[in-house]
Design a protein. Structure first.
Lengths: 447, 142
C-alpha cells in the first residue's frame, strides 16, 4: 500500500512541477493542485510504455530536473504556507466532506470485494495491464490476444506502473486508481467553481458529481471511462482558465493540449474529444486568425507527446477498430440516412440522459437551481464557456454519428455503452452548468 | 423572496445527494464477499495449472481450452464463453485458444458443466485438480 502511494505521489509531484511551471503566477493555485495528478499520471503512463525497464531512473531523473527548475524559477516562499494556516474552509465544504466519507466507505468495500473490477476491466483494461506487467517486451505482440487490443493504454499502463512500484501484482490497484481519478475530478470541479463562482456553488456541484451513483460505482470498475471523464473535465477547465487569463496564460493551453492528448491516450472516444476540442478552438479563426492560431499552436505543443504515443500505438501495434474495420462507405451511408435508426438513437439519447446516473433522487433539482438563479449573460459571450459547450456538443454529436453507423446490433450497442458515454461528459456538464448560473453578487474573477 | 427559495433548493440538492450516496452504499448488500468473487475463485484454482505449465518449462505461448461438454459433442453455451474469457484473463501471458486442441498443452474444464472429463486421444494428463480442471499435454507422434 505504501509503495502504491509512493507511485501515485511521484506521478502527482511530477505533474505538480510541470503544472506549476506552466501556470500563470498568482492564478488560482488550488485548481493547479488538483489538475497536477491528472497531468502526472498521464505523463507517467507514457514514460512507462516508452521506457519500460529503467522506469524508476527516468522518473527520478525527471522529478529531480523538474524540482530544480521549479525551485529556481518559481522561488517558493513560506508565505504561501502561512496563508494555508489562515485558511478556514467554508461550511458547505463540510457537506462535501460528509459526502466524501460516504463515497469512500463504498469505494473501499467495493474494491476489496471485487478486486478485479467489472467484466470490461477483466476482459480489456486489466488484461492489457497484465500483458504490460507480465510479458516483458513481447507485450506488443501478445496484447493482440486480448479483447479490443486497439484500445489505448493510459489506464492499463498506470495500473501496471503501480504494480512495478509495489513489486507485485495486486489486483485491487486498478480500482484504487479509479477512486483516485474520481477524487481528482471532484477536486478539479470544486476548485474551479470555487474560483469562478464561490464556495457554495462549488460545494453543491461537487457534491452532485460525488453523489452520482453510476459515477461512484464505475470509479471502482477498473474501466477507462472515469479517467476519460477526468481528462475531458481538466481540458475544459484549462480552456476556461485560459480564457480568463488572456495571452499571458499560454501555458494553460499547453496543459489543455496535454490533457486532451491524455484523453485520446485513455480511450478511443478520446480521439473524438481531441477532434471536437481542436474544432472548437479553431472556430474563431475567421474573426481573429492570429490569436486563434497562437492559442492553437500552444494547444498542439501540449498534445504532441501523447499524440505521438497514440500514433505509434495505433500504427505499430493496434489492429483496426471493430467499428470501422472492413466497412464500406455505401453501407455506412445507408445507415446514416435510415430514419428508423435516427429515431432509435435520438430517443435513447434523450431517454437515458435523465437516468444514466442510476439516481435514487434525480438531480434535476440542480437544473431548477440554475434556472431559478438566472443565467449569467456574460458567460454566453465568454470564450472559455462557449468552447466548453461546443466541445461537449460536438462530442455528443460524434457519439450520435457512431451509433448511426455502428455495425453491431443498434439497441444492444446503445444499451451497453450509452450510460458510459454520458459519464464522459457529466463532470464537464456540471462545470458548465455551474458557470452559467448567475450569482447575486458576481465575483471579481468572472470577465 | 428568491433568497429563501434558493436556500431551500440548495438544501434539496444536498439532501438528494445524500439520498443517492445512501442508496449506493445499500447496493453493497448484493456484492459478494471477496472469497466468492468469480475471478478470485478462478485465479486461485488456476494457480496450480500455471505452476504445472512452468514446471514443464512452458512459460508462454498457446494453451488450448476445451470445456468438457464441448469435448463430448455438446454445443458451446454462453457460460462457456464467459468462463473462457475469465480463464484467458487469469492465464496471461499464455494465450488461451477457445475450444481448441491444437496447442502443446490443453486445459480441459469441467467445472461449469459437471461433465466427467475424458482425456482426448493423443494427450497425456500432467495435472488434475480433482475438482474439474485437467491439464493435458499433446503427446508427440513417435
Amino acid at each position: 500500500m505504501i509503495l502504491a502511494l509512493a507511485g501515485i505521489s511521484v506521478a502527482t509531484l511530477i505533474g505538480y512541477f510541470i503544472t506549476s511551471l506552466l501556470w500563470p503566477t498568482d492564478f488560482n493555485t488550488p485548481c493547479a493542485i488538483f489538475v497536477a495528478p491528472a497531468i502526472g499520471i498521464g505523463l507517467c503512463s507514457i514514460i512507462f510504455i516508452a521506457f519500460r525497464r529503467p522506469l524508476f531512473v527516468i522518473e527520478a531523473g525527471l522529478l529531480l530536473v523538474l524540482a530544480i527548475c521549479w525551485f529556481t524559477l518559481k522561488k517558493p516562499s513560506m508565505g504561501s504556507l502561512q496563508s494555508l494556516r489562515t485558511w478556514r474552509p467554508p461550511a458547505v465544504y463540510l457537506l462535501l466532506a460528509c459526502g466524501l466519507g460516504m463515497a469512500f466507505s463504498y469505494w473501499m468495500i467495493r474494491v476489496e470485494r471485487s478486486p478485479h473490477g467489472d467484466g470490461d476491466a477483466v476482459s480489456i483494461w486489466n488484461s492489457h495491464a497484465r500483458y504490460l506487467y507480465r510479458d516483458g517486451a513481447s507485450w506488443r505482440k501478445t496484447i493482440l490476444n486480448t479483447f479490443h487490443p486497439d484500445y489505448p493504454l493510459l489506464t492499463a499502463a498506470s495500473t501496471a506502473r503501480i504494480w512495478r512500484y509495489m513489486g507485485q501484482e495486486i489486483p485491487d490497484s486498478a480500482g484504487m486508481l479509479g477512486v483516485f481519478y474520481a477524487l481528482v475530478a471532484v477536486g478539479v470541479l470544486t476548485s474551479t467553481l470555487a474560483y469562478f463562482r464561490g464556495a457554495s456553488r462549488a460545494g453543491l456541484f461537487g457534491l452532485t458529481l460525488l453523489a452520482t451513483p453510476f459515477y461512484v460505482d464505475y470509479a471502482t470498475s477498473g474501466s477507462a471511462d472515469v479517467p476519460l471523464s477526468l481528462y475531458v473535465l481538466v481540458t475544459i477547465v484549462l480552456i476556461c482558465l485560459h480564457a480568463k487569463g488572456g495571452s499571458e496564460s499560454r501555458g494553460l493551453m499547453v496543459l489543455a493540449g496535454f490533457a486532451a492528448g491524455c484523453a485520446g491516450w485513455t480511450k478511443n472516444e478520446g480521439m473524438l474529444f481531441i477532434l471536437a476540442t481542436s474544432l472548437a478552438l479553431l472556430t474563431p479563426i475567421f474573426r481573429d486568425p492570429g490569436l486563434t492560431l497562437r492559442r492553437f499552436v500552444a494547444f498542439l505543443a501540449g498534445i504532441a507527446v501523447p499524440m505521438g504515443m497514440i500514433l505509434w500505438f495505433k500504427l505499430a501495434i493496434a489492429p483496426p477498430n471493430d467499428i470501422f474495420a472492413g466497412r464500406q462507405y455505401s453501407e455506412m451511408i445507408l445507415k446514416l440516412v435510415d430514419p428508423q435508426r435516427f429515431l432509435t438513437v435520438l430517443s435513447n439519447l434523450c431517454g437515458q440522459f435523465l437516468s444514466f446516473g442510476n439516481w435514487l433522487v434525480n438531480p434535476t433539482l440542480f437544473l431548477g437551481y440554475v434556472v431559478l438563479v438566472g443565467i449569467d449573460r456574460r458567460m454566453l459571450v465568454n470564450r472559455g464557456w462557449i468552447h466548453g459547450v461546443l466541445i461537449c456538443a460536438l462530442v455528443l454529436f460524434g457519439y450520435f454519428a457512431v451509433y448511426m453507423i455502428t455495425p453491431m446490433d443498434l439497441q444492444w450497442h446503445l444499451d451497453s455503452s450509452l450510460p458510459r458515454l454520458y459519464l464522459h461528459v457529466w463532470p464537464a456538464f456540471l462545470l458548465l452548468a455551474g458557470l452559467i448560473a448567475a450569482e447575486p453578487k458576481p465575483p471579481e474573477s468572472v470577465n | 423572496m428568491i433568497g429563501p427559495v434558493r436556500f431551500f433548493l440548495a438544501a434539496g440538492i444536498a439532501a438528494a445527494a445524500f439520498a443517492n450516496l445512501w442508496q449506493v452504499n445499500q447496493t453493497l448488500r448484493w456484492v459478494k464477499p471477496r472469497e466468492d468473487d468469480a475471478v478470485v475463485v478462478l485465479e486461485s484454482r488456476l494457480r496450480f495449472i500455471r505452476n504445472a505449465l512452468m514446471k514443464e518449462g512452458y512459460w508462454r505461448g498457446d494453451v488450448g481450452y476445451m470445456p468438457a461438454g464441448i469435448l463430448q459433442g455438446h454445443s458451446r453455451t454462453s457460460v462457456d464463453d464467459e468462463q473462457w474469457a475469465l480463464v484467458r484473463y487469469a492465464m496471461i501471458p499464455w494465450n488461451i485458444l477457445q475450444d481448441s486442441l491444437h496447442a502443446p498443452y490443453v486445459l480441459i474444464d469441467g467445472t461449469k458443466s459437471g461433465t466427467p472429463i475424458e482425456v482426448p486421444p493423443g494427450f497425456v494428463p500432467i495435472y488434475d485438480s480433482a475438482d474439474g480442471l485437467v491439464l493435458v499435454k499433446n503427446k508427440p507422434i513417435p
